[in-house]
Design a protein around this ligand. Sequence first.
Ligand SMILES: C=C(O[C@H]1C=CC=C(C(=O)O)[C@@H]1O)C(=O)O
Length: 443
Amino acid sequence: MESPRQAGGDPAETTLVARSREVPDVSFRAFLAGRGAPRVHWAAPDGLEVVGAGEAARLTGEGAERFEAIRDAAETTFERAGMPDGAARPRFFGGGAFHDDHDPAPPWEGFPPATFVLPRIQLVRTDEATHLTVARCDGDEAALARDLDAAAAEIDDLPAMRPVGEPPGVVASRRTTTEAEWAAGIEAAIERIEQGDLRKVVLAVALAVTLEEEVVVSDTLERLRRSYPDCFRFLIQPSDEAGFFGVPPERLVRLDGDHAETEALAGTVARGDTPEEDAALADSLLDSEKLQHEQALVAEAIEEHLAPLGEVTVAEQGVRKLATVQHLHTPIQADLDGDAHVLDLVDALHPTPAVGGLPPETAERVIRETETFERGWYAAPVGWFDASGDGEFAVGIRSAVAGGRRATLFAGNGIVADSDPAAEWEEVGLKLEPILAALEREN
Ligand SMILES: C=C(O[C@H]1C=CC=C(C(=O)O)[C@@H]1O)C(=O)O
């Protein structure tokens, strides 16, 4: 495995310093628009919203131990740091690819198997206040004080609101898998399930979209806020060429001290056109043996992975309603026995059978053999961690990678013994629809 790298040199030889101050609330998209890559945007359903730009430190890892290596390097980076705490504390933002041996070929240029950036400038909004935090990795406190003054002056000049521009418009869109290939893949997976060497696999499609004009990814994300109000929103933009963004309804894990929260989200039906139809569809979701099985495998696997780490509590199952689909949803919590870093939990949980399958190794092999596109960071962990190892990660679904006049959207479905290829083809369409709509112009 390649060892993790840090901008500015070896983590052991850098001194991270950071400083913060409260600032007036400004438009986070205006902040992003005025700065080059790398850029990040993170918004969680609990109200935390962060934008960051520039790179005080970057950690990159490869191979099966990519997250462990990043955790170790981050601990060294933070060891000698003098830093703000509370909401304004510096955070590393990033994630990894679905497969740990990912090769960053197009459209994934700039997205290695795992990478995290600690931004030079970070703006954090909570329910209470907005804070500006600046960071450097050369230990130069005097320069840091000047950075903070300069960044605060720039923030002062930003507008409180920024209108969302026109969508780029869609010229053409094409699934990179034909319906016949899709059906053949599903039938082959079902055969393996019937033979007994596979229990479930999540197979996905990519939708390649050609845009009329260059996409402004942060505006696209803002448009999606309306269709996905209670979801995560993220943007990871390592270069000006491409940004990975999404509105995942699914938390991979959140760690706060020794308390971890996650969830099993799987099993899908459409939304109804009327409240009655919607409720009937929700009932059919709850009553479906197939969909209950699909989700139970996810809940059981999560429980199994967390059980050795502490006491696990599984809450009651409910229905999670989104713009075009509704899912079975079970919140899961764990009170951990020992000290853990959120990246340890990411490592233990990814990929859950909501995006991979069971047994995990067989499912990953089937995914590689069947899918006709590169998953890249789709369906993989994306989020942040701080100096104490706390953090939060979403599962990078309901997502796309976009830059210039090109976007690639992704969506996948859990396949079990009684899956029907035609119904599954339609279901991926429902999952792709909101992001596609955020790129389209109204006629
Ligand atoms: C893999 C995806 O969704 C997962 C999460 C919820 C429901 C799913 C399903 O019903 O198949 C998937 O497991 C995706 O949106 O790309």
